[in-house]
Write a protein that binds this ligand. Structure first.
Ligand code: NAP
Length: 243
């Protein structure tokens, strides 16, 4: 891996990925809204690790800008990490349609809009890797976050289809399904410490999964078991639970 794009580069998980990649001297393109806020982060990484880092403006919801964004990407791009996401507030979204659409569009339409452009470039070159950060929330809809969960379910299905399409073109797709990660997104939530993890651990697991050529990972791994139990629970029981 020589040059990586990180979409949603201001996220805590994205910054941890950027740090791990910098340690491996990977050159980075950090894409985010108000991307100039990443200036100090970029200087710190460059001073510490000596890699080349550029910053580029990117808004997942500004669909009309995505083709142009794609045209500006370096031809030697190897890897694209799609990290941005929006949890939003479920209760608010049940009455506030703008919030509902923002959740669904950021996690699903915004992600597929830009990844389709990058996928086409990688497909042409017959080389590349796309890493999509989905979520365990996409495995079964729950009353506490079903707008977010259903958009991540769509994103997981999209990544699966994309992996299937691009396999013959030597382009790999890795789906990452984190459970609870201590970041700005979850700062207001009470998360059980035993099944929660840090952005640093998530980043390291992702890089290990890339090296191992994995298709899909849960982080922490225990979430694969938890979600198996949740998915197998009969609906007549599940619908009565307060989840
Ligand atoms: N934390 C968890 O427990 C957890 C669990 C499962 C999955 N995930 C997923 O992990 C990914 C990273 O989240 P995080 O936990 O690191 O949260 P975070 O620190 O809150 O990061 C979310 C990032 O998404 C960016 N974003 C939101 N809307 C955007 C848009 N329209 N265009 C561009 N960027 C946009 C935000 O940008 P601004 O800084 O400009 O607002 C923010 O930097 C997300 O996809 C999230 O769904 C997180």
């Amino acid at each position: 891996m020589k040059t990586a794009l990180i979409l949603g580069a201001k996220s805590d998980i994205a910054k941890a990925i950027a740090t791990e990649l910098s340690k491996q001297k990977v050159n980075l393109l950090l894409a985010a809204r108000n991307a100039n806020e990443l200036a100090n982060f970029k200087i710190d990484l460059q001073n510490k690790y000596g890699n080349t880092i550029s910053i580029i403006e990117f808004d997942a919801l500004a669909y009309a800008t995505h083709e142009n964004f794609g045209e500006q990407l370096p031809t030697n791009l190897d890897v694209a990490f799609c990290v941005f996401g929006f949890l939003g507030e479920q209760k608010n979204a049940e009455t506030n349609r703008a919030e509902m659409f923002r959740i669904v569009e950021t996690n699903y339409t915004g992600a597929i809009s830009i990844l389709e452009i990058i996928a086409r470039q990688f497909e042409k070159k017959k080389q590349g890797l796309i890493v999509g950060i989905s979520s365990v929330a996409g495995e079964r809809g729950r009353q506490s976050n079903y707008f977010y969960g259903s958009s991540k379910a769509g994103f997981t299905a999209y990544l699966s289809g994309l992996r299937n399409r691009l396999h013959k073109s030597n382009v790999h797709v890795l789906t990452v399904k984190p459970g609870y990660v201590k970041t700005a997104m979850t700062a207001h939530l009470q998360m059980p410490p035993v099944i929660s993890t840090s952005p640093d651990v998530v980043a390291k697991k992702i890089l290990n999964a890339i090296d191992a050529g994995r298709n899909e990972i849960y982080v922490p791994a225990i979430w694969r078991v938890i979600m198996r139990v949740i998915k197998d629970m009969p609906e007549f029981i599940f619908k009565r639970l307060k989840l």
